[in-house]
Design a protein around this ligand. Structure first.
Ligand SMILES: Cc1cc2nc3c(=O)[nH]c(=O)nc-3n(C[C@H](O)[C@H](O)[C@H](O)COP(=O)(O)O)c2cc1C
Length: 177
């Protein structure tokens, strides 16, 4: 009873090291379409996807602001682990299902990337930087539509690490009535 999607889920694990090899346009299109194919509450389709190349200066600014807010020293690698692409998901601020929908979309993209042999990292650590005093600046830089706010981001690239998938405790997390 193992379909392809299950096999892909079993293999997926967060990647925190990437080569400099860029994504092909085809790979990027497939991943973005996987996000667009995700279901949304009331079919609102309220998620916006901003594709940022890994060398875009806004990423260094975001990294610095994240560290400033957390009182962190400069790390050897930035928050997106030098992945060649970061996809930033924003959504309607006042829509009840924005967070859930962004989560579904980002996981669709993660599994699409895994199925292409690419690595991903879901990134939430810039949330406070994206919602803090520089919110207007970062929103402008990332072309986040009016009335939308940051939800989650996804780093994608050719991974150079190989973490084993996380363990879980079925009995602790599942109740069957
Ligand atoms: C909502 C969310 C936010 C996350 N934010 C970060 C992050 O900012 N930085 C990071 O290194 N990992 C982040 N992760 C990755 C988790 O740490 C990772 O999924 C978890 O440790 C389980 O490991 P696995 O993905 O390899 O199964 C995030 C994951 C999720 C689902």
């Amino acid at each position: 009873m193992h379909g392809q999607v299950i096999t892909t889920m079993e293999k997926r694990s967060s990647a925190r090291a990437y080569s400099t090899e860029p994504l092909s346009q085809e790979e990027l299109d497939i991943i973005l379409k996987a996000g667009l194919m995700a279901p949304t509450g009331m079919n609102r389709q309220e998620i916006h996807f901003t594709v940022v190349k890994g060398d875009h200066p806004v990423l260094a600014e975001l990294d610095e602001e994240k560290r400033r807010l957390r009182g962190q020293e400069k790390q050897p690698v930035p928050f997106y682990y030098n992945a060649p692409v970061l996809v930033v998901l924003s959504a309607e601020e006042d829509f009840k299902w924005s967070k859930v929908d962004a989560g579904i979309a980002v996981e669709n993209m993660t599994l699409a990337a895994e199925s292409l042999g690419l690595g991903t990292l879901i990134i939430g650590c810039i949330y406070d930087a994206m919602h803090g005093e520089k919110r207007a600046y970062f929103s402008e830089q990332l072309k986040i539509p009016d009335g939308y706010d940051f939800q989650i981001a996804l780093a994608v690239g050719h991974k150079t690490d190989d973490k084993t998938p996380h363990a879980y405790d079925f009995d602790k997390q599942v109740t069957i009535l």
